[in-house]
Design a protein around this ligand. Structure first.
Ligand code: ZN
Length: 160
């Protein structure tokens, strides 16, 4: 769609972002989440802590977050934590790659990942408008960088 994205779709996307921004899902500090990392996007002031628990076969059994930031950063974390539950770490990395491509607008989403994660990519598409605003790309991808840091055992992720 891109340039042809019509105003109705744009308004719908905006509504979804505002809903997640105001009522974020998985906004909590789980008792049992051994992995966590802090994400910081100083350009916008977004600060997130992401909590993860892995199970057998590196499956993400729980993902949650706390923090504050703009509607885009919170909406992205809200959607991401829901989508990642039940996925393996390898799946998370592939989906992050596809999402990152969607947000930057640089290049095409890998075709195999596009098929594998069709439903998730459809949901995440509401955030794809950030590609017109390079600073906003950092807001949209902060939660993903942070969950990746948590899983790699790094303390934090910064967009700087
Ligand atoms: Zn932001």
């Amino acid at each position: 769609m891109d340039d042809a994205m019509d105003d109705d779709i744009r308004a719908l996307y905006q509504e979804v972002i505002l809903d997640h921004g105001k009522n974020p899902r998985n906004f909590r500090h789980p008792d049992d989440a051994p992995l966590e990392a802090h994400g910081n996007n100083p350009l916008c002031g977004d600060k997130l802590t992401v909590y993860v628990r892995l199970g057998e076969g590196d499956t993400i059994e729980d993902a949650a977050f706390e923090g504050r930031g703009c509607a885009i950063s919170i909406a992205s974390a809200s959607m991401m934590t829901g989508i990642l539950r039940g996925k393996t770490v390898a799946e998370m990395e592939r989906l992050f790659g596809a999402f990152h491509t969607m947000c930057t607008g640089e290049g095409e989403i890998d075709a195999a990942a596009g098929r594998e994660f069709e439903d998730d990519i459809d949901k995440l598409r509401v955030l794809s408008g950030v590609k017109q605003f390079p600073m906003r790309v950092k807001c949209a991808t902060l939660a993903w960088h942070t969950v990746n840091a948590a899983i790699l055992g790094e303390q934090g992720a910064s967009t700087e």
